[in-house]
Design a protein around this ligand. Structure first.
Ligand SMILES: Cc1ncc(C[n+]2csc(CCOP(=O)(O)OP(=O)(O)O)c2C)c(N)n1
Ligand SMILES: [Mg+2]
Length: 288
């Protein structure tokens, strides 16, 4: 067979499922609730709950950063500015669901109900993760980028095979989406339609690398289409919108609708960690 014949045959017999990509693409604008008419319909009890966790979260970030200055904590990757994503992620889950956090997601773990002291054990330099992952259904805070994403997919897939309706919510950063493990996790999740939700907190930076040097993708939510996974963009500083988008994605996964990739647009107000000097790669004007 000539090369031309091979090409013609391949074109005549597409090997891909040929799914319509349009429903998988994110909307042109990130989802928002606060400041829109939709905000009037939000349950006041939910608003109070979200606000309570936001206030505790901001305080937690300040206190943990202070502990590093006192030499009582080895390292702290502050999530100041990203509290809405963290709180919404924890509150979108039911008790039986699983959370897969990164090193920056201590607030999500605290909002899930883990003792704050236990949450900081690993960052204090201890050799174990501090809390019991099985008791809390929270995987260890994961420092290697994206290695926890295939774990989340595997757990979710296994649960579904055994008739359990739990959902896994896996958190990652913008930089994490460049990792091979992100690719493998999304591939496996898409093919198996595992009940897993990926939340990418796009805070603009992977340490000193800005998003523009990280990817040429139109948005990180667009990455989902290549895996057959719908992508959704949300204002990551709008706690009600993030909570709404994640809750819908979690319940869709629970009812057999498959995985979702959510990109939350947010900003890391503090340095990468207490060991980083962010002034070396971004201006005060930008932070302001
Ligand atoms: C596999 C791997 N490679 C490199 C690192 C070093 N590293 C730690 S954090 C980080 C940047 C991650 O950026 P992002 O995913 O955007 O998360 P953020 O820190 O902004 O929350 C890098 C490269 C690592 N932890 N793991
Ligand atoms: Mg980042």
């Amino acid at each position: 067979m000539t090369l031309q014949q091979t090409t013609e045959r391949a074109a005549a017999e597409p090997r891909t499922p040929g799914r319509d990509p349009a429903p998988l693409l994110p909307d042109r604008r990130p989802a928002r609730v606060l400041g829109t008419p939709a905000a009037d319909a939000v349950d006041p009890a939910l608003l109070r709950e979200l606000h309570r966790h936001l206030v505790v979260g901001r305080r937690f970030n300040e206190q943990a950063t202070a502990l590093t200055r006192q030499g009582r904590l080895a390292v702290y990757p502050s999530s100041r500015g990203q509290e809405a994503c963290q709180v919404a992620a924890a509150l979108a889950l039911r008790p039986r669901d699983w959370l897969f956090p990164t090193y920056r997601d201590t607030l999500a773990v605290v909002a899930r109900g883990v003792d704050p002291v236990e949450t900081l054990t690993l960052l204090r330099g201890d050799w174990h993760t501090g809390y019991d992952p099985v008791e809390h259904r929270v995987a260890p805070l994961c420092t290697p980028l994206a290695t926890h994403l295939p774990h989340a997919v595997g757990l979710a897939h296994a649960a579904r095979l055994s008739g359990d309706d739990l959902v896994a919510l896996a958190l990652t950063g913008d930089g994490g989406t460049s990792e091979g493990d992100f690719h493998e996790a999304l591939t496996f999740a898409g093919v198996t339609r595992a009940p897993v939700v990926f939340l990418v907190q796009n805070n603009g930076y992977a340490i000193s690398v800005p998003l523009a040097k990280q990817t040429a993708a139109p948005t990180l939510a667009h990455k989902g289409v290549g895996y057959g996974v719908p992508g959704v963009q949300v204002d990551g500083n709008d706690v009600v919108a993030v909570h709404g988008v994640l809750s819908a994605a979690v319940e869709r996964a629970r009812s057999g609708g498959g995985p979702t990739l959510v990109e939350a647009l947010t900003y890391r107000l503090d340095a990468h960690t207490n060991a980083d000097d962010a002034a070396r790669y971004r201006s005060e004007d930008e932070v302001e």
